[in-house]
Design a protein around this ligand. Structure first.
Ligand SMILES: O=C(O)c1ccccc1N[C@@H]1O[C@H](COP(=O)(O)O)[C@@H](O)[C@H]1O
Length: 213
């Protein structure tokens, strides 16, 4: 199966359209106030309405409560919920309550971190292997950090999975070849500054994914 791509942290119609026009399979909206990509519900609703049925809308959250999830799922017409820093039992509860695909981000720095994906079997729909950010960082993702892809060598993934963390148009082809990732996810690697998406970088990234299978 060809690798598909999620463009995350979209905040404007023009950059959303660049992702859709370039063939993204997923688009991501961030609901985390500390992020430079954070969206209001009104903006999310405006963007969500432009997304065709064959593209999945993914909401990104950091250990959210039900009130935030309810409002964001409605506004963003979310098909999937991406959870960072969220314990397996809570991931399972969210999946059951919201009855849609739930992604568990697993932060990777060392080999032992990869094993933590197993805790989400039966709880999440998909594991998102992402680079671990520093303990004192304000964001658990979206910082353009990458992890050592060789840590995924020989891993028997407990669930469907995706790769993120420090990807960009220059390294995504190698990332796909090296890991065999079925889905790649990018945010800062297609930006000109934190939170500012760049349409040319989005196009370059999606072209690299499409042509390097
Ligand atoms: O993008 C953010 O601001 C963000 C905030 C909180 C949690 C996750 C966030 N982004 C996710 O992080 C990964 C990797 O991003 P990057 O490509 O390294 O910048 C990606 O899945 C984003 O969805």
């Amino acid at each position: 199966m060809p690798t598909t791509a999620k463009i995350c942290g979209l905040t404007s119609p023009a950059t959303l359209d660049a992702a859709l026009g370039g063939g993204a399979s997923h688009v991501g909206f961030v609901f985390f106030p500390a992020s430079p990509r954070h969206l209001t519900f009104d903006v999310a609703a405006g963007l969500a309405g432009r997304v065709p049925d064959h593209v999945q809308r993914v909401g990104v959250f950091v250990d959210p409560d039900d009130q935030l999830l309810e409002a964001a799922v409605r506004a963003g017409m979310l098909d999937a919920i991406q959870l960072h820093r969220t314990a397996p039992a809570r991931v399972a509860a969210i999946r059951s309550k919201f009855d849609r695909e739930v992604w568990a981000a697993v932060a990777i720095k060392l080999r032992g971190d990869v094993e933590k994906a197993r805790d989400y079997a039966g709880a999440a729909s998909l594991i998102l292997y992402d680079a671990k950010t520093p303990d004192d960082a304000s964001l658990p993702g979206g910082m353009g950090l990458r992890f050592d892809w060789s840590l995924l060598d020989g891993v028997r993934h407990p669930l469907r999975w995706a790769l993120s963390g420090g990807l960009d148009g220059g390294n995504v082809a190698e990332a796909i070849r090296r890991t065999g990732a079925p889905l790649v996810d990018v945010s800062s690697g297609v930006e000109s500054a934190p939170g500012v998406k760049d349409m040319d970088k989005i196009a370059t990234f999606l072209k690299a994914v499409a042509t390097n299978q």
